[in-house]
Design a protein around this ligand. Structure first.
Ligand code: FEO
Ligand code: CA
Ligand code: CA
Ligand code: CA
Length: 643
């Protein structure tokens, strides 16, 4: 944010001109087609050299990534492993009360308790520092505190001298928990999970989804939950509000007659300069079904993946709200698929669905401040062949807020087209576009069916866009986790099929608000195969202020590795494994204290809920149901996490 490097490209590891880098990418593509899949990736060419010299000479190279990596041989089994320079601890497993003294975890849970307990499926999260205990002033309560010319870390760092590094609020997403995990329900012969047998079970499942806000404190190196008036659960039945262009349309049904409720499949997240949390609704279609066999999806419903049995949660059998064939709940499906804003400092304020950001399967959002003080959000729509989006607020965010407007309610929504020559275009999704106007009647329709509008303007279908992150120099990184269905490669998605995934990087014009960008591939995960730092299926992602990229994985890893978190030095391409999870889990969610001495990540669906694989965080006994949990990571020497 601080620097205006509009002409820079993403990775200057070897200072080659952009064209040359791209040519290399293309020739690698040819190599891949020819079957030489072990060719080194363009950007990580130096990586194996660093790793070798470290081992050979016993000293640590002077770069950003200086820890002893977790070896492949150590990265499997029922228990996490971490670099010998680091340590980990467990916080807020699924089912813990959201305040100490609340209903204790009992397996299987009941719906009443679950509404006051930590949900399941820990995913995106953000730590909000508490800046002054005495005055009970929390976070960025005065939005003028935020300096648009500084990155998030420098803005957060102001609170270091106060209490923000040892006391804060953690907002955490609970993406999903399968019936087999929550209730221990078996799987029937056709592979489907057995469904709930009562409304009580449906409510329990619904209360396990959503978001938790908890207050946490560190003392003598140990983090724990504390009593809190801010702690709350927002789940599938919690009252919520709508805002932005779609809120006043009839596409959401009658909001007065049937007030909107809940958020679901909260995947990754973002946060705003004004101190609020953004939670993103991803696979919302999977919670709907149809009890009437004559129901058929509309064209719009089909584009969003609705069908008569969803992901087999079976909610529609006992809760008509999720029954697509129930005419009383027409448009309920349109009430999900949004970016949702939560004010962690005000527990009485409803979560607000910000419709100007469009309705897609939102993985997450990386918000930054662009030219003119406009907020800019980068968002992935995680589906094979879906798109990358960008939202730009209409005006300077501080001025908008001073006048009582949300910067997330007024602005333009764009979708990305990646040209094969390394340039890209942001295509605006607006009813003013005659092609779009042929299909839709209003901007509200364009936003509600953003995927279809994006199809019309010719966006580039990507290999499952997951997390987005903005580095301090303005580069934007996006994980493309994999795409087993790709048959036609293009420059931005060069592998077909793309079984290992890749990370793409782009540099936006006009300090994030322009309509053109330059892009290149940061890393093809297939290029790490055969090395000690192998990974596939990149998903969670965070660029830190020093130029590290923290990469988390979600997918079957090579060499029997569990899912993992690695750290890359963006400049040198050095790559190391910091952490591996437990059998059957996914590593996701990432946030830090302002001083970056404490990092929080999550193990999601450990053992896929199967106690035979892991009992984490309980000691291995083969019986105890594994629980999703937050992992607290610190460096043994008290240094910055990632270093
Ligand atoms: Fe919820 Fe695309 O991961
Ligand atoms: Ca994900
Ligand atoms: Ca994923
Ligand atoms: Ca997941």
């Amino acid at each position: 944010m601080a620097n205006d490097h509009d002409n820079e490209i993403c990775n200057k590891s070897d200072n080659r001109p952009f064209n040359q880098v791209l040519e290399t990418n293309i020739s690698r593509r040819k190599l891949l087609k020819g079957g030489l899949a072990t060719a080194a990736t363009t950007f990580l060419a130096g990586q194996s050299v660093n790793a070798t010299s470290y081992k050979k000479y016993g000293y640590k190279p002077k770069n950003l990534v200086n820890f002893e990596p977790v070896a492949i041989a150590d990265g499997s089994g029922p228990w996490p492993n971490i670099s010998s320079d680091y340590q980990w601890d467990v916080l807020i497993p699924w089912g813990e009360p959201i305040v100490p003294g609340g209903p204790a975890f009992n397996y299987p849970p009941n719906s009443r308790d679950q509404a006051k307990q930590i949900g399941i499926g820990h995913d995106g999260m953000h730590y909000f520092p508490i800046k002054s205990l005495r005055k009970r002033r929390y976070g960025w309560d005065n939005y003028n505190d935020w300096d648009d010319n500084k990155d998030w870390h420098h803005n957060m760092h102001k609170y270091r001298r106060r209490y923000g590094n040892s006391h804060g609020l953690l907002c955490i997403n609970h993406e999903f928990g399968r019936n087999s995990h929550i209730f221990g329900k078996g799987v029937s012969s056709n592979g489907d999970e057995n469904q709930p047998e009562s409304l009580e079970e449906v409510r329990t499942s619904q209360h396990a989804h959503g978001v938790s806000v908890v207050e946490i404190k560190e003392r003598y190196g140990k983090w724990r939950q504390v009593k809190s008036k801010y702690a709350r659960r927002i789940h599938v039945n919690t009252p919520v509000a709508f805002s932005g262009p779609v809120a006043k349309s009839d596409l959401l049904g009658d909001l007065k007659k049937r007030p909107p409720q809940g958020t679901v499949n909260n995947c990754a997240n973002g946060f705003t300069p004004w101190g609020t949390y953004l939670t993103c609704e991803e696979n919302f279609n999977g919670y709907f079904g149809a009890t009437n066999s004559s129901w058929t999806p509309t064209e719009e419903q089909e584009r969003y993946g609705f069908d008569d049995d969803g992901f087999n949660y079976g909610w529609e059998k006992f809760d008509p709200r999720f029954d697509l064939s129930n005419p009383d709940y027409k448009y309920e499906d349109n009430r999900f698929g949004w970016v949702v804003e939560i004010d962690p400092m005000n527990p009485y304020r409803k979560a607000v669905k910000r419709t100007a950001l469009g309705r897609v399967k939102h993985e997450g959002i990386a918000l930054t401040v662009g030219r003119g003080g406009r907020v800019v959000g980068y968002m992935g729509d995680d589906q094979r062949f879906d798109y990358i989006y960008k939202f730009v607020s209409a005006y300077n965010w501080k001025k908008m807020r001073r006048r009582g407007y949300s910067p997330l309610d007024y602005g333009k929504l764009y979708v990305a087209r990646f040209n094969d020559d390394g340039t890209g275009d942001w295509l605006e999704l607006t009813i003013k576009n005659p092609e779009i106007a042929k299909r839709f009647k209003s901007q509200a329709e364009v936003l509600t069916y953003a995927r279809i509008a994006a199809d019309i303007v010719g966006a580039t279908p990507m290999d499952r866009p997951e997390w987005t992150t903005v580095a301090p120099n303005g580069n934007v990184y996006v994980t493309l986790t994999n795409n087993s269905n790709r048959t036609e490669p293009n420059a931005a998605n060069p592998e077909a099929p793309n079984s290992d995934g890749h990370i793409i990087c782009f540099k936006d014009s006009y300090k994030h608000v322009g309509r053109k960008f330059k892009w290149e591939i940061f890393i093809l995960a297939s290029g790490t195969r055969g090395t000690e730092d192998v990974f596939t299926d990149p998903d969670g992602l965070m660029a830190d202020p020093d130029g590290r990229l923290l990469i988390q994985t979600d997918g079957g890893q090579p060499d029997s590795l569990n899912n993992q978190m690695l750290v890359a030095d963006i400049k040198t391409g050095d790559l190391r494994r910091l952490f591996t999870g437990v059998s059957g889990d996914e590593i996701t969610g990432i946030t830090m204290t302002p001083d970056r001495r404490t990092m929080f990540i999550n193990t999601q669906h450990p053992g896929n809920g199967d106690p035979a694989r892991t009992n984490f965080p309980a000691p291995t006994d083969g019986i105890t149901r594994p629980r999703d949990a937050t992992i607290v990571i610190t460096r043994k020497n008290g240094g910055i996490v990632g270093s």
